[in-house]
Write a protein that binds this ligand. Structure first.
Ligand code: ARG
Ligand code: ZN
Length: 472
């Protein structure tokens, strides 16, 4: 039951001690970018204020829409034009975008050339005319190069990950900046258009609905559109030689599956169950939040799957519980997004608990049995290494405590409030925060409201207390 395949099998880089990153980065950023104290002046902050990923996202504006036009050539070169439609949330003489690697050819703001500077993962843009608070504006960035993944604090590769026939494109938590200029923090959600040109014979799969494909002069262009708000880390433009299957479910959800032929045989029996998994989850969690769905099954040694919005991405044929997990994220993580990476258990604990519920209702172990097996682990086990509601650093956000103890917290909640109320809480969470955001505190309040009981000590014990909790 441990979601081993979704987590890096091992740490690939020696971890920085807790607090190391936190202590040094903001200082370095302030020095590099000349940022004044928070709120001062008209310079957009270099980050969205996330303590684990201080440079992810930016201050001073909200991106309403991304229009990404990409051309990918065999060999790995990418040419891109990103048009961001944004709204200033403060007066801005300068703002940042997140972009790592690649070469920027030019930037315009409202069709007027803007000056720009690179500084680490920040692209600093100075528009010719300062922006007023509340002003809508359009930024165009032309860029090119051979994208490279970033290495996350947990040692895993993230972002544009080259494969033998294209690229596996997954951006959690910080990889979006490796392939497009973005306000790359989940607190900012936007709609997306993708126009992706690849050598004929390859397929480019992004989020949402396929609007059309056209082949000319040895290249095929795919046009994709995601209308529902999406966090940058959930965007994909995965490229490969894929077998494609398209159909519509009984509920009217449009499915697009793209499968690497080397994984096709193993993937088929699992992908076939997607409509029934989505139906089952819709009964528990409320209506499926998007118009389209599907799966991308690549053949790559990445070590995890990702809940890319509408169309989860697998590095090899998934098993059924992994499909259930990534599908559950469509509600918890994708439709209801984090405002801070610290709250990651709201994604991973929920998706893991969906696996427990699925097993329970499909002839496998009961959730109680899964809970008991985990609870039996000794106090020194990594399961108890840190509390899921406060993982402490970006290095820990995809660790066992977040997934398994996060799910255990939900199981304890279920036992405390009873099955009916518990399901009402799960559904209420997805419904009330649909296409939006939610925090742990808000979840706690909703659970208390729905159950009419104080849950403070339960949440404190299971989410915030160091070490193995005592059973209630
Ligand atoms: N959210 C993914 C899952 O479904 C895990 C992503 C892990 N990413 C990483 N960079 N380690 O569990
Ligand atoms: Zn997950």
């Amino acid at each position: 039951m441990t979601p081993r395949r979704r987590q890096p099998a091992r740490r690939r880089t020696p971890g920085l001690g807790r607090g190391t990153v936190l202590a040094t980065v903001p200082v370095a950023v302030a020095a590099l970018l000349g940022a004044g104290p928070a709120g001062a002046g008209t310079t957009g902050a270099a980050g969205a204020g996330d303590p684990y990923f201080p440079l992810s996202g930016n201050g001073g504006y909200h991106v309403r829409h991304y229009d990404l036009t990409l051309r990918y050539r065999s060999g790995g070169r990418l040419d891109g034009t990103a048009i961001l439609t944004a709204r200033a949330t403060q007066p801005l003489t300068r703002f940042d975008l997140d972009l790592k690697g690649l070469t920027v050819g030019g930037v315009t703001v409202d069709r007027t050339a803007a000056s720009f500077k690179r500084s680490g993962q920040e692209l600093l843009v100075t528009p010719r005319h300062a922006l007023r608070a509340g002003q809508d504006f359009r930024v165009t960035v032309a860029y090119h190069g051979t994208p490279e993944p970033v290495t996350d604090p947990d040692g895993s590769a993230d972002g544009w990950i080259p494969t033998d026939d294209g690229a596996f494109v997954a951006g959690e938590p910080q990889g979006a900046m490796t392939w497009f200029p973005a306000n790359a923090h989940p607190s900012d959600k936007s709609s997306y258009d993708f126009t992706i040109t690849v050598p004929e014979g390859r397929t480019a799969v992004a989020n949402g609905t396929l609007l059309g494909r056209r082949t000319a002069k040895g290249e095929t262009t795919f046009r994709w559109r995601e209308t529902e708000p999406m966090a940058a880390y959930l965007a994909t433009a995965t490229i490969g030689t894929f077998q494609v299957r398209q159909y519509t479910t009984r509920d009217g959800i449009r499915i697009y599956d793209a499968v690497d032929p080397r994984e096709a045989e193993d993937a088929a029996p699992v992908l076939r169950q997607l409509p029934s998994v989505l139906e089952w989850e819709s009964k528990l969690f409320g209506p499926y939040p998007f118009k389209s769905a599907g799966s991308i099954v690549d053949h790559a040694d990445v070590g995890y799957a990702l809940e890319t919005q509408t169309r989860p991405l697998y590095d090899s044929a998934p098993d059924i519980l992994t499909l259930v997990h990534e599908s559950a994220h469509q509600w918890y993580g994708d439709s209801v997004s984090l405002t801070s990476w610290k709250d990651i258990w709201l994604n991973e604990g929920f998706a893991t608990y969906a696996e427990w519920l699925y097993s329970e209702q499909h002839g496998g172990d009961s959730a109680q049995k899964t809970f008991d097996a985990l609870y039996a682990r000794p106090a020194g086990d990594e399961l108890w290494a840190y509390p899921p509601g406060d993982p402490g650093s970006g290095e820990n956000i995809f660790g066992t405590p977040v997934y398994d103890r996060g799910a255990m917290a939900l199981h304890e909640l279920r036992k405390a409030v009873g099955d009916r109320t518990f399901l009402r809480i799960l559904r209420g969470w997805a419904t009330e925060h649909r296409d939006g955001h939610g925090t742990t505190t808000q979840f706690e309040r909703l659970a208390e409201r729905e159950s009419g009981t104080s849950l403070n000590s339960l949440f404190r014990t299971w989410l915030y207390t160091e070490g193995k909790p005592n059973k209630a």
